[in-house]
Design a protein around this ligand. Structure first.
Ligand code: NAP
Length: 434
């Protein structure tokens, strides 16, 4: 065993923190062998010293996080939120500690400040657990694929919304019931807004896109749309047209720049992401030389997230033993960030139209006039009450387009809605992964 033990401080002892402490304690001897020196847990910062924390030695608990971080070689931040997490990490870095965080919200909002501070102090900033929990993704993107060119990332990076959409598809539940069920099972918070409105996925998308494209991608440049507008009807029609609805985080590089967005998408049933069920996460990466890669696993939960945290701890600890540092911020490419309206994708538009000859041609003409090309049209009878006179009968029209810009599609849909023969634009969903 070389040198002195490395002092490790943990900020936060909740869902993730208790598991981090458990692994640090239970794997103590293995970790010492893997690092080359023991990791000594010197303290765990919490708000409430009296809360029950299974398996955590109470003597380690403190409410004095400031002093704790100044006397550590490695600081693990699993408290969440922006402040005081941000100030504590900066204080830790200024004191010469390497830091490991699972805090996607903080990284997406203020990553550059943390990177700059870590750079100035010559210490490591690691954050594998901030994106997709246990799934190794940050390391593959910033290290394993550093010799390639990443073209596109399509990810299911929020387990709550995947569980909700999966229950809607497999059990026929409506959104509210599926969210309620997710809450009962502990997959969703009491206030599910961050998940179902796509904020959590947007933060992860910003982090991943920054790494993949060597360009700073602020959270404000990520287009975000949650799943609250998705109906049981959307999910049922998706199945009828050979798709599943997934909330995707998408980051892609085109000739014009980088587009990063989070929105519900129709994914063809044959695509690997379509088979991701329950609260699992999966990320599909397309790289120029490597081709298609898929990363799959548990994106949240105490133990899975702690696994990713501990992997980072071993990496930064090895650097302290052997010298050297992990990757620093890479933003040399500085690519333009594209507005959501410039994103190019396929769409599926569902309409209620009058069930009479010529309607299809009328709609197709409007679509063509806006420069959007139709890939397929399907007409299905609409269920209407039996007493409805034939003249008022409706048909359901499902139009799938070829790739079009968001701006062109929006203009097309607005013009279609004006047609006398169109009763209602029922839904407009993007089709990804086709
Ligand atoms: N949960 C997951 O599955 C998961 C997955 C990936 C990433 N993450 C990230 O991991 C982080 C932690 O998540 P979590 O689910 O473990 O949160 P959590 O269960 O709410 O735990 C937060 C912990 O931080 C402590 N804390 C909060 N504010 C504090 C303050 N001002 N001073 C001292 N201690 C403070 C709390 O202390 P008290 O216990 O005394 O209140 C609690 O122990 C977040 O950034 C989250 O985004 C979580």
């Amino acid at each position: 065993m070389q040198g002195r033990a490395l002092r490790v401080a943990v900020l936060g002892c909740g869902v993730v923190g208790t598991q981090v402490v458990r692994l640090l304690t239970q794997l103590r001897s293995d970790l010492a062998s893997r690092v080359g020196t023991p990791l000594e847990l010197v303290g765990v910062a919490v708000r409430d010293l009296d809360s029950a924390r299974a398996g955590v030695d109470r003597a380690l608990l403190t409410t004095d996080a400031e002093t704790l971080v100044e006397n550590a070689d490695i600081v693990i931040e699993v408290m969440g939120g922006i402040e005081p997490a941000r100030s504590l990490l900066l204080r830790a870095i200024a004191s010469g500690a390497s830091v490991v965080t699972a805090n996607k919200a903080l990284l997406a909002q203020d990553g550059p400040t943390l990177y700059a501070a870590a750079d100035a102090a010559g210490v490591d900033l690691y954050f594998e657990a901030a994106v997709a929990g246990a799934i190794p993704l940050v390391r593959p993107v910033r290290e394993s694929l550093a010799g390639d060119r990443i073209l596109r990332i399509l990810g299911i990076v929020n387990g709550t919304t995947n569980y909700v959409l999966d229950q809607m598809a497999t059990e026929g539940l409506d959104l509210d019931l599926a969210v309620k069920q997710a809450q009962e099972l502990g997959y969703a918070e009491a206030d599910p807004t961050a998940d179902i409105e796509g904020y959590d996925a947007a933060a992860k998308a910003a982090i991943l896109a920054s790494l993949a494209f060597h360009t700073r991608v602020p959270l404000s440049s990520v287009y975000r749309e949650g799943i609250t507008a998705i109906t049981a009807d959307d999910v049922a029609w998706a199945a009828r047209t050979g798709h599943v609805v997934k909330l995707l985080a998408i980051a892609e590089q085109t000739d014009a720049g980088v587009s990063v967005r989070v929105h519900p998408s129709l994914v063809p049933v044959g695509h690997p992401l379509a088979g991701v069920h329950g609260a699992f996460n999966a990320v599909f990466v397309e790289a120029e030389a490597a081709g298609e890669l898929m990363f799959y696993g548990r994106g949240a939960g105490g133990a899975p997230t702690a696994s990713a945290v501990l992997g980072d701890v071993v990496s930064v600890a090895r650097h302290r033993v052997l010298g050297g540092r992990g990757p620093v911020e890479s933003r040399y490419a500085d690519l333009p960030l594209l507005a959501a309206s410039a994103a190019v994708t396929r769409y599926q538009v569902r309409l209620d139209v009058a069930d009479r000859p010529g309607v299809l041609a009328q709609v197709a003409a409007v679509v063509a006039a806006h420069g959007v090309s139709i890939d397929a049209v399907r007409q299905a009878p609409q269920l209407v009450p039996a007493e409805t006179p034939a003249a008022h009968a409706l048909a359901h029209l499902i139009i799938t387009t070829h790739a079009a810009t968001d701006a062109a599609l929006s203009a097309t849909v607005a013009a279609i809605a004006e047609l006398d023969s169109v009763t209602r634009v029922v839904s407009v969903l993007r089709v990804e992964g086709a």
